[in-house]
Design a binder for this molecule. Structure first.
Ligand SMILES: N[C@@H](CCC(=O)N[C@@H](CS)C(=O)NCC(=O)O)C(=O)O
Length: 142
């Protein structure tokens, strides 16, 4: 999405089955996603890749404090919120599962509200003043 947003040419390799078994051997951590740069070196970890591509294509913060704010938002959504929903993995009791989802939704709403307050008045996100976290999250989730 970062490369598409930045208008950069890239190969989007989507694999499954035997093709994934082969691609896995090229992944530095053995998982997906991973990126192979023009110099042939491959790197993994989605957030590290996003941070790198954001910095390379002018979507990073303008200074260390802006990067701190960006990382705070990204880690809240992509680690804490994701983990809250992931807790339902392997849970077979439907009632317990519903409880986990309810808890994750409640936490998510609280965190979104807090993050929205933190970005008000900043122009850090996609260069737009006061762009709502909800807009960004919804755009990436679409
Ligand atoms: N923290 C890593 C997680 C990577 C990960 O768990 N990838 C899974 C898919 S979501 C994977 O490659 N599973 C298949 C495998 O390990 O063979 C990231 O954000 O990139």
């Amino acid at each position: 999405m970062i490369l598409a947003y930045a208008g950069v040419k890239y190969d989007d390799e989507r694999v499954s089955g035997d093709a994934w078994a082969e691609a896995k051997t090229r992944s530095p951590m053995g998982g997906a996603p991973f990126i192979t740069l023009e110099n042939g070196k491959a790197y993994g970890q989605s957030l590290a890749m996003a941070r790198y591509l954001g910095n390379v294509h002018g979507l990073g913060g303008k200074n260390a404090e802006e990067n701190l704010l960006i990382d705070m938002v990204v880690e809240t959504l992509n680690i804490d919120l994701l983990m809250a929903f992931m807790k339902q993995r392997g849970v077979t009791d439907e009632e317990k599962k519903a409880e986990i989802v309810k808890d994750a939704n409640e936490k998510g709403a609280q965190w979104m509200d807090k993050l929205n307050k933190c970005v008000q008045g900043t122009d850090t996100f996609l260069g737009k003043p006061q762009t709502s976290i909800f807009e960004i999250f919804n755009a990436f989730d679409a």
